[in-house]
Design a protein around this ligand. Structure first.
Ligand SMILES: [Zn+2]
Length: 362
C-alpha cells in the first residue's frame, strides 16, 4: 500500500524573495513526520493570475514564498499501515495522480461556516505560505508538496494532460464556485467580463450547464478569440459608453476582471431580477460606483466569491474529466518552462500575457 522513503528526501524549491528580486533555487529535504497527510511529487504547475500579481507587487505575500498553487502531481508517500481515501472516497496508492484543494483547514479549527471552509481562521494555503527550512515544500514551484491534514485531494485520470489537470485546483474550481453562487444557469442569458482562463472556463461551463446565450467581453481582442473555441455565442470589445453597451442585457453577469469599470458595466447590463457574481476583485482597486436605485428598481443581486469550497473543487474535477477532450484547454497553456527557468516564466507571463504559462517539474 505504501512505499518506504528515507526520513529526508532532497529536493529543489524556487523561492520568491520579493518584487524585482530574482527567484532563488533552494535545496532542502522533505521531512517525513506524523503531522503530514501525504507527500506529492509535483509534476506540473501553471502560473495563476494571482501569482503574476504577486510577482508584479500588486499582492502582498510572505517575504519568502514558494509560489504556485495550480499544481498536479503523483503520490510519493502515504502514511504507512492505513487505507487512505480521496475526497470521493476512493482508496489511493503511491503513484496515483492527484489534484488537491488550494487550502487546508487546521484540524484544531472549526469552520464557522462549513459551506465556506476556504475562509476559516488560521487557514493554510499552498503557494502562499512562508518558505522556511523545515517547511519548504508547500507550493507548486518545487519538486514536492507536503499535504497537510484536511486537504481535499482527488485521484484523477493520468489521461488528463498535466497542463490541464494543474488548472483544476484554482481556476476551474473557482469558476465552478461562481456558477454555484449564480444559481441555475439553464435557459439564461449570461455575460462574462474577462477572457482569461476564468472567463474562458466559465464560457464552457455555462454552455455545458445549458445557458441559452453566453457573451464574452474583454479589451484584449487576441484573448477574445479563444471564446469561439469554448462555445461562446458572441464576443465584445469592452466599451465604457454609459448605458449604450454593444451587448444585450443578461440574467447573470460574471466578473473575472476585478476592475471597477467592468463591474459597474456588468451591473448596468443586468436584466430584471438579474444577478452579478464577482470573483475577480482580489487586488486593491478603486470602489465601484453603483446606482442604488438601479439595484432596487431592477431587483438585482450582487454576490461575491473568494476561492471555492470542497464541492466546487469536486465539480471542477468532474467537469475537466468529462470535457478535457471536448474543449481545447491544453492550448491555453501557451508556453512551457522548467523549474530552472522560473524567472523567464514570470517575465514571459507578465509581459506577453498569455492565458497561462506552465512549469514542468521533472
Ligand atoms: Zn489562483
Amino acid at each position: 500500500m505504501y512505499k518506504e522513503i528515507p526520513n529526508f528526501l532532497p529536493g529543489r524549491a524556487v523561492v520568491f524573495d520579493g518584487v524585482g528580486k530574482p527567484f532563488r533555487m533552494v535545496k532542502g529535504d522533505v521531512q517525513v513526520d506524523h503531522a503530514i497527510s501525504l507527500i506529492v511529487k509535483n509534476r506540473y504547475t501553471t502560473l495563476c493570475g494571482s501569482d503574476i500579481h504577486t510577482f508584479c507587487g500588486h499582492r502582498q505575500e510572505p517575504d519568502q514564498v514558494v509560489l504556485g498553487h495550480e499544481i498536479v502531481g503523483d503520490i510519493l508517500w502515504l502514511p504507512p499501515g492505513q487505507i487512505v481515501t480521496d475526497f470521493r472516497g476512493e482508496p489511493v496508492s503511491v503513484g496515483d495522480r492527484i489534484t488537491w484543494s488550494i487550502f487546508a483547514v487546521p484540524p484544531e479549527v472549526e469552520a464557522s461556516r462549513p459551506d465556506i471552509p476556504q475562509k476559516s481562521e488560521q487557514l493554510f494555503k499552498y503557494g502562499h505560505a512562508p518558505a522556511m527550512p523545515g517547511d519548504l515544500f508547500n507550493g507548486g514551484l518545487a519538486d514536492y508538496c507536503v499535504l497537510r491534514p484536511n486537504t481535499a485531494f482527488l485521484k484523477i485520470s493520468p489521461e488528463i494532460p498535466l497542463k490541464v489537470a494543474a488548472t483544476i485546483s484554482c481556476a476551474h474550481a473557482t469558476v465552478k464556485g461562481a456558477l454555484r453562487v449564480a444559481g441555475d444557469i439553464a435557459g439564461k442569458n449570461v455575460l462574462i467580463f474577462g477572457a482569461g482562463l476564468l472567463g474562458i472556463s466559465c464560457v464552457a461551463m455555462c454552455k455545458e450547464a445549458g445557458a441559452k446565450w453566453v457573451g464574452l467581453i474583454d479589451n484584449d481582442e487576441v484573448r477574445l478569440t479563444w471564446g469561439g473555441k469554448f462555445g461562446v455565442d458572441e464576443i465584445f470589445t469592452f466599451s465604457q459608453k454609459n448605458n449604450n453597451f454593444p451587448w444585450p442585457d443578461a440574467d447573470i453577469v460574471f466578473d473575472m476582471t476585478g476592475h471597477p469599470e467592468a463591474m459597474k458595466a456588468g451591473i448596468e447590463s443586468l436584466a430584471l431580477g438579474g444577478c452579478a457574481v464577482w470573483i475577480g476583485a482580489v487586488f486593491p482597486a478603486a470602489p465601484v460606483p453603483i446606482d442604488a436605485q438601479l439595484i432596487v428598481r431592477r431587483v438585482l443581486a450582487i454576490k461575491g466569491l473568494h476561492n471555492y469550497n470542497y464541492d466546487d473543487f469536486l465539480s471542477a474535477a468532474i467537469f475537466i474529466e468529462n470535457n478535457h477532450r471536448k474543449y481545447p484547454f491544453e492550448d491555453l497553456v501557451e508556453k512551457e518552462f522548467t523549474l530552472n527557468e522560473v524567472d523567464d516564466a514570470f517575465k514571459y507571463a507578465s509581459e506577453s500575457k498569455p492565458i497561462r504559462v506552465g512549469v514542468i517539474i521533472s
